[in-house]
Design a protein around this ligand. Sequence first.
Ligand code: MN
Length: 314
Amino acid sequence: MNTMRIVFFADTHLGFDFPVKPRIERRRRGPDFFDNFHRVLDYARRTRPDFLLHGGDLFFRAKVPQLIVDMVYQDLFEFAGEGIQTLIVPGNHERSILPASLFLSHPNLYVFDKPLSFNFEVRGAQITFSGFPCRRKSVREEFNPLLKASGWENRTDGWKFLCLHQTIEGAQVGPTGYTFRKGQDVIPKRSLPRDAIAVLSGHIHRQQVLGDLEKSQLSVPPVIYPGSIERTSFAEKDERKGFYDIEVERSGRSGWRIGNLEFIDLPARPMKELLLESWLTQEKLVNYIKSKLSEMDPDSIVRLKCDPDYKPGC
Ligand SMILES: [Mn+2]
């Protein structure tokens, strides 16, 4: 085999703002998340990668209404029926366990429900995906034992990927680019296995690549975060949203390299902040908000912020 492709997405947070029995009728954000989830599945159906990988936080929280679980699993079940191997890392919002379902028993669906490795042969090449479900605390200390428990070392040949839902040293979040360095919940860069083609991780909602894709086979592997498929909070208001299409190609007799890494954009609703300043009297307020809103994309999600000096009447 000369090339192999993985479509990699994460943090779909399905079920977010998707009330099964809404008490108030208003435009919800839930359908936007489902739409983007379907866009990724449709892209994969159309372009036929060898693997589809979900990096965790499939659902928006641990306890999800059965209707949502069934909707999501049915989509995954149907997708797996198209013959594309589909792997899922349980995230922290699933409390590291995906809700049980018969749907997940499809032979093309692989869930990292404990530390383990999945081995595949694709056109004559050995491919291994190893990983473990999100470890919420003390992953810094437990990373090495977890990696070992996944069976990482059992295979020394082939193309190996590490699949996670964790924070890795150097990852950045938020409008000011806060960078994770230390902390019990951060995996140090130097702990990452050097024989990995790449570490594929969910959890960090900003899409980013840490390290060098053109790595030599003896250095720390690149870490690829696809980010969330839609904005989950105002901290993500300026971020691009989408997923990665990763192509790995053979290089030399037994080597490999990431031949192409493409970030595919997904539509994301604009997020805007509207500051209510202290000069706004009660009479002026409504017209002020109306005129500001008329200048915005009608799809915008708007957050009103009060000037801290703005006293009663606000
Ligand atoms: Mn998440």
